[in-house]
Structures are given as C-alpha cells and as structure tokens.
Design a binder for this molecule. Structure first.
Ligand SMILES: [Zn+2]
Length: 241
C-alpha cells in the first residue's frame, strides 16, 4: 500500500511489452530527444496527451496545467516553450483544451476554491473579454463549451506573443501554433481553425477562429476523417494500436 506496488507492477509489464515490440526501444530513446511537437494541455487526468494522439514516448514534449493557460509571466510554461523551440526545435506547438474542463467551469461560475482562483483569473479574463458572445448563449452548458473554445483561442494568441515564438519567426524558424479541443464524450479532437505560422497571420487567424466559434460550436461538429497535413497527424499516429 505504502509503495503503490500495483503501479510498479504495471510499469514492469509496460516496459516488457515495449521491449517485446522493439528490443532496443529504450536504448534508442535514451540516446536523443527529438520530438517535433510541443503539447500545452490541461492537467485533467482524462486528457492524456500522448495517448489521445497515438504518440509514443519521445514523440511529444508536454506541458500541462489547470485549464491549459499560457501566462506571460509563468516561468514554468515559458521555459517549456523556450526549451522546446530553441533546443528541441519543435515545428509545432499545440494548445489543446477540452470540453467539460472543471477549471473553465469554475471560472465561468466565479467559484471560490482557494489559491487556484488566482490562476483561473486568467480564464475569467477570457470570459470578460467575450462576455457579449457568452451572454447570448441560452444555457450554461453552451457557455461552458464556448468558453472552453475561446480559452484555447486566446491561449494560442498568448503563445504567439511570447518573445520565444516571435524571435523564432523573426529568424526564419519554421514553427506553427495550433489550437485544438478534445471532447471527453467521444474521444475526438476538433481543430479550432487557429493555425498561426507567422506574426502577420495572427490577426486574420484570430478573427476567423472567433467567427467560427460564434457561428457553430466545434462541439457540435463531427471531426473530419484522419488526415496528415503539414506533418501533424491530427488523429492517428504510429503509437496507436
Ligand atoms: Zn481541464
């Protein structure tokens, strides 16, 4: 009980299975880390980054926090972005939110939970910025879905405004910043139409994504069939059985 032995047993079984599939898997992986993606997602236990996009260890650099927020003074997130962009030289940064996000709901309801209220204040800023659009929705469930989407769109903007990303684009480094959302009830990702590859694209992408979010919530859409575009596998990857 005190050493959580079932988790160690799971670990041994997992490591043995990986070796059975590829005998030098760990030896190969220990040599170098060269993932093409940085994932910025929610800490929610139901949204495990690698698993939902079918990627193996070594294929995605991951940063997660409550409600997938990118704050300009958060050294933790900024350090992850800087290391991913300048050292690992990832080609894609994916901000992925999810419907049913408890952090977003707390922000929507203005709940008082303690210290975390300060963190979720950033989501409340998104709520305040888009209060007219949110007020026009009939139910709390719709406002919750919409705020989850708007939060992703605004966090993509925040990523593109970091000095790290601005400097990368200025020196000609290929780097795309994406905004996606995951639906807990069907296990599928939706693309929110935010794919920014240069500073000059930001305003147009932002306006377009906001218009899409206002016209038809992505939650109601059935995502397109799996495809490979710009090197990002949107739904199926090599690690998927
Ligand atoms: Zn969440």
């Amino acid at each position: 009980m005190r050493v959580l032995s079932h988790l160690f047993a799971n670990n041994r079984a997992w490591a043995a299975e990986m070796i059975r599939r590829e005998p030098d898997f760990f030896a190969r992986l220990s040599g170098v880390q060269a993932p093409p993606y940085l994932w910025i997602g929610c800490s929610d236990s139901r949204v495990p980054a690698n698993q939902i996009v079918g990627l193996l260890p070594g294929e995605m650099f991951v940063h997660r926090n409550v409600a997938n927020v990118v704050v300009h003074t958060d050294l933790n997130c900024l350090s992850a972005i800087q290391f991913a962009v300048e050292v690992l030289r990832v080609e894609h940064i994916i901000v992925c939110g999810h419907y049913g996000c408890g952090g977003v709901l707390s922000a929507l309801r203005d709940e008082k939970l303690g210290l975390i209220d300060n963190w979720l204040r950033h989501v409340q800023d998104v709520k305040s910025k888009h209060r007219i659009q949110l007020a026009g929705l009939a139910s709390e469930a719709q406002r919750h879905d919409c705020l989850c989407e708007l939060n992703v769109i605004e966090q993509v903007v925040n990523v593109t405004q970091t000095t790290v990303v601005r400097h990368a684009w200025a020196r000609g480094q290929a780097l795309a910043v994406h905004g996606w959302i995951y639906k807990l009830t069907d296990g599928l990702l939706r693309d929110l139409g935010m794919c920014v590859t240069a500073e000059a694209e930001l305003a147009r992408c932002y306006e377009s994504a906001l218009a899409d979010a206002a016209a038809e919530p992505a939650a109601a859409r059935i995502p397109e069939a799996p495809s490979v575009e710009n090197g990002v596998r949107t739904q199926k990857g090599p690690g998927m059985a």
